[in-house]
Design a protein around this ligand. Structure first.
Ligand code: BES
Ligand code: MN
Ligand code: MN
Length: 445
């Protein structure tokens, strides 16, 4: 492998600020799509198309036909999360920098670096003995609306013998993973109004309603300090993991204390105390506040009673919760918990059902072998706390969806100083190459 050339190419890809949730970056998202399309053409795809949108297109590619060989659909995303807080980055998020055997940039692991590994594994094969299809989207970090719409109209795009998704991580260094559950998500904006306009806090304070106070009271009622979410009916559909699954989690290289000290760096963990930390991360719904907008946050001091306030929040969903039901339950709970003196509205920005994958198909044995041969250990089955909205739809025609990845737990996705260890990248390319070869030979059985 010509590592220097590969690093140059990866840096080029990572330099494009393809932030899908910010319209100011529309042209950059488009540029990233073009980078991906050019790469697919270079890899020998005769058919390379932009589908669904000119702004955040799905890049579709069809590899050279290999008669009689199985078909593998490769999914990934080329968009990234916003890079803020910028001050926290040691090197700028869109100026990829190698330090200590790691490449630092927004998207280094989520998911550009992993898409890059999947593509370079094709290159490393020369002509892979498998029919490859590529479905690489530019809106995963914003709910995948374009791709949902495309697959509703053209479900045959997912026709394949298996789907490969590399957008996840090892469970610990040296421990590759395969995922059997991803949580879903319900993302909402709550808006509160308490008066016609902002007011002097001396002239009106003591009698006039404060929108930020109304909002924090509401938020405080939606989840109490014990970790319980007060959305009536929310827990009804929650299915407890089987005893075997819980027992298997106990054997994983995961220590609650280390998680707190090394990964979180906080004083204490939160959540429902009677469940293990892994159960809280993987098998229970969450309610998180992402940000509160409005009021006075500028330099210095201003004495004002804000008339309106907005919070961005989300719930994570677990099997067998359904997004449509959770949306209704949540909207009702918000109205119930809002102080009487405030008007409230809820706007849902995006959402996804949880995904469940049965690991009984031979393709999972192939993945296990590929990792075993390259990194010396096979894959351990685990769940993910995060969401990939389109995964349930990728499996809708019955093809097994292989959820795996080459990241490490400390990569810092969605956070400042996101990175990818270069050894993970080089190994990852070898693993995917081996996976294509083995799947081409055995994937149709
Ligand atoms: N790659 C992540 C999903 C992920 C993260 C899986 C951690 C497993 C562990 C993906 O890019 C992501 O961040 N998804 C968003 C989806 C949302 C914006 C609709 C998420 O989970 O917040
Ligand atoms: Mn991702
Ligand atoms: Mn992400």
């Amino acid at each position: 492998m010509d590592q220097e050339r590969l690093l140059r190419e990866l840096s080029e890809f990572l330099s494009i600020p393809s932030v899908s949730t910010m319209s100011a970056h529309d042209a950059d998202v488009r540029r990233a799509a073009e980078w991906v399309a050019a790469e697919l053409r270079r890899l020998g795809c005769q058919e390379v198309e932009f589908l669904g949108s000119d702004v955040h297109p799905v890049v579709w590619g069809v590899g050279p036909e290999v008669p009689g060989a199985p078909t593998l659909l490769i999914y990934g995303h080329y968009d990234v999360q916003p890079p803020d807080p910028l001050r926290e980055w040691v090197s700028p998020p869109f100026e990829p920098t190698v330090r200590g055997g790691r490449i630092f940039a927004r998207g280094a692991v989520d998911d550009k670096g992993q898409v890059f590994a999947l593509l370079k594994a094709v290159e490393a094969c020369g002509t892979p003995p498998v029919n490859l299809r590529f479905l690489l989207e530019g809106e995963e970090e914003y709910g995948s609306a374009v791709l949902f719409d495309l697959l509703r109209k053209q479900p045959q795009r997912t026709a394949a013998d298996a789907v490969l998704v590399a957008d996840m991580a090892y469970i610990a260094p040296g421990w590759p993973a395969v995922y059997n559950v991803l949580r879903g998500i319900c993302y909402a904006e709550i808006h509160v109004r308490t008066a016609r306009s902002d007011m002097h806090s001396g002239e009106y304070g003591g009698a006039a309603p404060n929108a930020h106070e109304a909002l924090v009271r509401l938020l405080g009622r939606l989840k109490t300090e014990d970790g319980k979410i007060h959305v009536p009916g929310l827990y009804e559909a929650v299915r407890r993991p089987s005893r075997q699954e819980l027992a298997a989690w106990k054997k994983l290289p995961f220590k609650e204390r280390e998680f707190l000290k090394q990964r979180v760096g906080g004083k204490a963990l939160t959540g429902l105390a009677r469940y293990s930390v892994l159960e809280r991360l993987w098998a229970l719904p969450t309610f998180e506040i992402h940000g509160i907008v409005g009021g006075f946050t500028g330099e210095g001091a201003k004495t004002v009673i804000p008339a309106e306030a907005t919070a961005k929040v989300s719930l994570r969903l677990v099997p067998d919760q359904k997004l449509s039901r959770v949306e209704r339950q949540f909207a009702t709970a918000v109205r119930k918990h809002t102080p009487k003196y405030a008007d409230v509205s809820v706007k849902f920005l995006h959402g996804a059902d949880p995904a469940v994958v049965k690991l009984d198909h031979p393709v999972f044995g192939i993945l296990d072998r590929a990792f075993r041969e390259v990194v010396g250990r096979g894959v351990v089955p685990v769940r993910a706390g995060g969401t990939i909205p389109i995964v349930p739809a990728l499996g809708q025609r019955g093809a097994p969806v292989v959820l795996t990845g080459i990241g490490l737990p400390d990569d810092g996705l969605h956070a400042p100083n996101e990175k990818l260890d270069l050894q993970q990248l080089w190994d990852g390319i070898e693993v995917f190459k081996r996976f294509y070869e083995l799947f081409g030979a055995e994937g149709r059985q």
